[in-house]
Design a protein around this ligand. Sequence first.
Ligand SMILES: Nc1ncnc2c1ncn2[C@@H]1O[C@H](COP(=O)(O)OP(=O)(O)OP(=O)(O)O)[C@@H](O)[C@H]1O
Ligand SMILES: CC(C)(CO)[C@@H](O)C(=O)[O-]
Ligand code: BAL
Length: 288
Amino acid sequence: MMKTANTIKEVRSILEETKGQSIALVPTMGYLHEGHMALVQAARERGDIVVVSIFVNPLQFGPDEDLDSYPRDLERDLEICRAHGVDVVFHPAETEMYPKKPELLLNLESMASILDGVRRPGHFEGVVTVVNKLFNIIRPDYAVFGEKDRQQLMIIRRMTEDFNHDIKIIGVPTERESDGLAKSSRNVNLSETERVEAAAINQALLMGRDLIQEGVTDAASVKERIEAHVVDHTSGAIDDLQIFTHPDLNPVQTIEGNAIIFIAVKFERTRLIDNVMVMKNDQNNDER
Ligand SMILES: Nc1ncnc2c1ncn2[C@@H]1O[C@H](COP(=O)(O)OP(=O)(O)OP(=O)(O)O)[C@@H](O)[C@H]1O
Ligand SMILES: CC(C)(CO)[C@@H](O)C(=O)[O-]
Ligand code: BAL
């Protein structure tokens, strides 16, 4: 039977009883969807005990961001977890995670000097701080994150290494709606029209990927074509659009090797992100 815990003491005592079994943690901010369940599935394949944490972490939201309108529905989330065989849900209150204003915040260097590290100042510091706390509270053997938030995944891998956490970080490919839109809790905050338009984000990325694979090497022209597609098909504004080398995340002008295209699009109430990997030397892309 699934167990739920609201306090650190409770979750530790539940996990104490599972001693000797491996633990796989799936950190989330709730309002769960099939993307989260792909993470749960990956966790289930590795760990004996699957723990899902649900915590909307205020520390990773900027003052003008959507902390208040971030969708929440704990009862629905618990039902979904139960139906997917999750063993433990950890759902702490803000006062449990931050009884005091943290004196120590983790600071980030170059990996947060691009993309959402720049667009959302302080965001990744908030993410790595809470993930570091979750790692210390749950002490998992595995922790699972989505490639939709690829920069986050890369930063968490690095934080795990820097802090010598003995935890294997698992990355899971992006789950998509049938029209290609990356599943995201925030999609519910799109208007009906925006939801239809938002399919153009992934279409544009795939078009960019195709151009590169057909031999276009000039990053600026690829970006221009992607931008034109999004502008023509949506009412959203491009907040960010960058092509970086994979896996080093260096800015690229002439695309010669593997690359990642990142995009962020702002609709009226909602900012969506997506990315695709472009493997130049073989056809083994991680996306459709
Ligand atoms: N479509 C998806 N496919 C795979 N993993 C996903 C997907 N959406 C979210 N995740 C992963 O789920 C974990 C928890 O993410 P979170 O709770 O913020 O959900 P989200 O849908 O990304 O919400 P948001 O709307 O805030 O972007 C993260 O590791 C994230 O990368
Ligand atoms: C990893 C995470 C749960 C930390 O709050 C969050 O950034 C998310 O949901 O991706
Ligand atoms: N999915 C990343 C969490 C955030 O946007 O704050």
